[in-house]
Design a protein around this ligand. Structure first.
Ligand code: TPP
Ligand code: MG
Length: 654
């Protein structure tokens, strides 16, 4: 038998004794864990662990590499040695599904205003590619997460290893290349030494507000277990300063000139205003200038709903007051917003032919949108600079009065949404109205997809920057439940409520097991309407007759999915995980159930039977969903005619 060319040279079992001076001998995985545990972030003089924990699911790709390193960290962490501090703790959290664990990590980092992030380790192949969706969500939402997919053997001795994709034209391609387009930083560690520059680059991206998102370091299975003599300095405590870039003076002057000429200005507050902790600066700017503030899904709560000039949600699912002000605006000041199609109502929200944009954003890419006058800076610093520069200037008083009047009109218009309707089951806005009253200002409500984000954007009154946690960049069904864990870990004093549609629940209920195992006290509110209310009404209004959007048995005579409701029992399903469930079918019972859930020491679920057909809040916002241009169906032809009319105001802002 010939000698295995890839067999590692024999090394002493415990490592460090054989390391040359100034180095510590560890595996790649052990070095990684020890390094991550020593990283800190700092902003405004407040310092905290950058990577305070690791989520993981083990398989052959990481169990003996990263898994061994996490075990050693838990049971026998390295003492201070050779000038390096003792290895700090790296708590491990076991998840049930890899996509979910990335969602949990994202919710954690978001609740921490991006100053802390979690690591996620998964096995080779499906374990790792399960994280691609989570990575995309993180990058789109600009939230830091460290993704550690395992990868094929670097030495190729065993190819193809179980779960390896083989590309006969390029042997360095693996399934993990799917992370490249959804990561803000991507690397693969073919040799141990590569880890050093890679880790430093990864930490920089995680802590750069303009760059941050998914940071992916792929770890070949054999390399994870390989030993190397690491320079001792690698394990020193390191602090990554999270910057607050200030505006360039000339750019500030240009922005001030545009704003000073405005008669009907509005501010749009996006997620960047919250992550920068700019709420006080925004309130001060609003008080000083009298400019009304509209909010996006990510920015709601940046200015408290109690502020008289907080007008609320703009865009496709926005309220009529905000949308009327947006339509009339001559200057739009975007603060930390990406201007998604929901915010711009698919480029129909701003109707003033001369509208101009001033975009304050830490990321030049976003600041440049809509041919804006760019103000590249941290939201808090930028708002303070604008306020100082505008000293003495105010928007016309009539504009502020009109904003307040429009808001009062809207509140009157939607009041019936919160009242019981003449139907068997409650409409979900009734439930949201009750929940909004019941939750404390710093409690956290989480949602991401379905008909709920639209209703919440129109109706919810957020009184703190952390209360409204809507993932509406990727709008990923399945974010809500694992996100409740992440938010609770980040804000243990707050009640954390995940609102989950029945469709969403069926897509990803698994992390209930983690909630039970880790004893996280969250409240799950599941809205059971036997299907997809959101896509159903979209389908109906777009000529597709709610096709394929209800959860029904296949009917033998019609051959369609329009038979009886499914026997699937959500409360029984939740109970089977060991969680308590209350089931209610009216708003008063929901209130009582919520109070009980609040008082409980343990996580609980409330399943609310609601109407599939609304009614949902009224509103003038629009969303571009193209309708078939030719069709044999009358419903589609009618919808197409309407669609062509709706397209008329759509334009570029140049
Ligand atoms: C992962 C994922 N798949 C598909 C979609 C498209 N989608 C958006 S809402 C929705 C239905 C949601 O159903 P449910 O959770 O019951 O909420 P409801 O619409 O009834 O309010 C679908 C399929 C999505 N947003 N995310
Ligand atoms: Mg549903």
């Amino acid at each position: 038998m010939s000698e295995n060319p890839s067999a590692p040279a024999a090394a002493p079992a415990d490592g460090t004794s054989s390391a040359p001076a100034g180095t510590i001998r560890l595996t790649v995985a052990q070095a990684l864990v020890r390094f991550l545990a020593a990283q800190h972030s700092e902003r405004d003089g407040v310092r905290q662990r950058l990577i305070p924990g690791t989520f993981g699911i083990f398989g052959h790709g990481n169990v003996a590499g990263v898994g061994q390193a996490l075990l050693q960290n838990a049971v026998d962490p390295a003492p201070a040695e050779a000038g390096a501090p003792a290895e700090a703790q790296m708590p491990y959290y076991q998840a049930r599904n890899e996509q979910n664990m990335v969602h949990t990590a994202v919710a954690y980092a978001r609740t921490k205003n991006r100053l802390q992030a979690m690591a996620c380790t998964a096995s080779i192949g499906p374990g790792s590619t399960n994280m691609v969706t989570g990575a995309a969500l993180a990058t789109i939402d600009r939230i830091p997460v460290l993704i550690l997919p395992s990868d094929v053997f670097a030495n190729r001795a065993v190819d193809p290893v179980l779960q390896q994709l083989e590309d006969e034209r390029a042997m360095d391609v693996t399934v993990n290349d799917a992370f490249r387009p959804v990561s803000r930083y991507f690397d693969r560690i073919w040799r141990p030494e590569q880890l050093i520059p890679s880790l430093l680059a990864a930490m920089r991206v995680l802590t750069d507000p303009a760059e941050t998102g998914a940071v992916t370091i792929c770890l070949p299975q054999d390399v994870q277990a390989e030993a190397h003599d690491w320079p001792v300095e690698l394990f020193a405590e390191r602090t990554w300063h999270v910057g607050r870039p200030v505006p360039e003076p000339a750019a500030l002057d240009r922005a001030l000139e545009v704003i000073r000429g405005a008669q009907r200005p509005v501010v749009i507050a996006g997620g960047g205003a919250i992550y920068s902790e700019a709420s006080e600066a925004l309130a001060a700017f609003t008080d000083a200038t009298g400019i009304p503030v509209l909010d996006t899904q990510a920015g709601k709560g940046a200015l408290s709903a109690d502020h008289p000039l907080c007008i609320g949600g703009i865009g496709a699912t926005g309220n009529d007051a905000a949308n009327t002000l947006a339509a009339e605006a001559d200057v739009v000041i975007g603060v930390g917003t990406r201007y998604t199609d929901f915010t711009t109502a698919s480029h129909t929200a701003f109707r003033n032919p001369d509208v101009r944009f001033v975009n304050l954003n830490v990321k030049a890419f976003d600041a440049a949108k809509h041919a804006a006058t760019m103000l590249v800076a941290d939201a808090r610093e930028g708002l303070a600079a604008l306020q100082a520069g505008l000293s003495g200037w105010q928007a016309p008083a009539a504009h502020g009065e009109r904003a307040r009047q429009l808001r009062a009109d809207w509140e009157q218009l939607v009041e019936p949404c919160f009242q019981p309707h003449d139907q068997e089951l409650p409409a979900q806005p009734e439930i949201f109205g009750a929940l909004n009253e019941l939750m404390g200002d710093t409690d956290i409500v989480i949602n991401a997809a379905g008909s709920m984000p639209g209703d919440l954007q129109a109706l919810w009154k957020a009184r703190s920057p952390q209360q409204y946690h809507l993932e509406y960049g990727y709008s990923c069904m399945g974010y809500e439940l694992p996100a409740s864990l992440g938010a609770k870990m980040a804000a243990p004093e707050s009640e954390v409520v995940a609102i989950i549609g029945d469709g969403t629940f069926q897509m990803a209920p698994q992390e209930i097991a983690t909630i039970v195992a880790e004893r996280f006290k969250v409240i799950l509110v599941i809205l059971q309407n036997h299907g997809w209310s959101s896509i159903g009404s979209l389908s109906e209004s777009h000529g597709s007759q709610r096709f394929g959007t209800k959860y029904r048995m296949r009917d033998e005579s019609s051959g369609m999915l329009d038979g009886d409701k499914l026997p699937f029992d959500i409360p029984a399903n939740i109970r089977s995980y060991g969680l308590e469930v209350q089931e209610v079918s009216d708003t008063e019972s929901f209130r009582e159930a919520y109070r009980r859930a609040e008082q409980s020491e343990e996580a609980t679920a409330i399943v609310v039977n609601t109407s599939l057909y609304g009614p949902n809040p009224p509103g003038i916002g629009w969303w571009d969903v193209p309708v078939s241009a030719v069709s044999r169906l009358e419903s589609t032809q009618q919808a197409r005619t309407q669609y062509e009319q709706d397209l008329v105001p759509q334009r570029h802002y140049l």
